[in-house]
Design a protein around this ligand. Structure first.
Ligand code: NAD
Ligand code: AKB
Length: 318
């Protein structure tokens, strides 16, 4: 990785990867694209930034050529809950956006990272210790686009030798940029409401278990996988990774250790609950650990303490 283009760069994940990569490789060598420019003003001003749709091959082709890009990190996508509101649009962006990026990677000989998700699994997948290779019949449009994306990336590697790599991210927890409309967003929103109102109305049932990962571990995973020895990678696209699995009730109990008066109540959102119920409780990520050294640092206790400290500081400064 020397010259890196990030699509969807102002989103929850992109903004954090952009910061880390600019620190490592220099501001000028990390080129950001998104369809909006009204967030993360600091990122936009400190290095190359372009408004570009991930389906706009011509515009992206010019950007890649002008900056001599060698690596694409494709993050532009519509997340699970938002995708259910307009499945046709979500399919168009998630699939035609990825196909455009894969075509560009082929044309300009770039490596390409794009994330899949725990959403790529469905109700018929084993729920506990979900294996790396298993049945994948997701029921939400986001998940269907994610499985298709995994297969498309395999196809471009096998047919055209494009250096595609990817992970199945669980719910990612961070505070720099708000989440973009996923089912796991509750695990971020809860911190803001706990600090501001000492109360959170949770859209998922108290015993809904989902995998989660703190953002620093997610960013490190992307960098480590992209720098990994390709001969060690048996599953280039879509490695299971996770650091913790918890339910809303367990997350609330951990928050209560810091804010004793905090209370959680449940008003189930049927769409989010249906999606969450179809996803695994806990992934088996042993292949990522063995093949490229995935080893997250943040567990539930450490993550909660860090989120509360940082969000409190942010809210006090606003
Ligand atoms: P997000 O919604 O926060 O950010 C997505 C960004 O893409 C936004 O800034 C948006 O403006 C941009 N975008 C949307 N449509 C676009 C288009 N047509 N062209 C260019 N840009 C466009 O999402 P995120 O959480 O940052 O997710 C990034 C990637 O990580 C996605 O592929 C997502 O599926 C995956 N992922 C995220 C999580 C998570 O918990 N955040 C978990 C699993 C996988
Ligand atoms: C979502 O909930 O849609 C995302 C994901 C797990 O893919 N956070």
């Amino acid at each position: 990785m020397k010259k890196i283009l990030i699509s969807g760069a102002l989103g929850q994940v992109g903004s954090e990867i952009a910061l880390a990569l600019r620190e490592l490789y220099g501001n000028e060598n990390v080129i950001l694209v998104d369809i909006r420019d009204n967030v993360n003003v600091d990122l936009i001003s400190k290095g190359p930034f372009y408004i570009a749709d991930c389906r706009d091959r011509e515009k992206l082709s010019t950007i890649i050529k002008n900056h001599q890009v060698d690596t694409i990190i494709h993050l532009a996508a519509i997340l699970s809950a938002k995708a259910e509101q307009n499945p046709v649009r979500a399919w168009d962006i998630n699939i035609n956006g990825l196909t455009t990026m894969l075509e560009l990677a082929k044309e300009f000989n770039c490596s390409l990272f794009t994330p899949s998700s725990i959403g790529a699994f469905g109700s018929s997948t084993p729920k506990d210790n979900t294996p790396q290779v298993t049945i994948q019949r997701p029921s939400c449009i986001y998940g269907i686009s994610k499985v298709s994306g995994e297969l498309l990336c395999d196809y471009y590697y096998n047919k055209y030798n494009v250096d595609t790599r990817g992970v199945r991210f669980p719910g990612l927890i961070s505070y720099l940029t708000p989440p973009g409309g996923g089912t796991t967003d509750y695990a971020i929103e809860i911190f803001y409401d706990a600090i501001k109102y000492k109360k959170y109305v949770c859209p998922l049932k108290e015993d809904t278990y989902l995998d989660m990962l703190y953002i620093s571990d997610a960013v490190k995973a992307v960098i480590d996988l992209m720098n990994a020895d390709p001969s060690k990678l048996k599953h280039r696209n879509a490695y299971n990774i996770t650091a913790m699995s918890f339910s809303p009730k367990e997350l609330a109990a951990e928050i209560k250790k810091h804010i004793p008066e905090f209370e959680i109540v449940y008003e189930v959102d049927p769409i989010k609950q249906r999606i969450a119920d179809s996803w695994p409780n806990k992934l088996d990520d042993s292949e990522a650990r063995e093949q490229w050294g995935f080893n997250p640092s943040y567990d539930l206790e450490k993550m909660v303490s860090l989120m509360l400290d940082n969000i409190s500081r942010r809210l006090n400064n606003d």
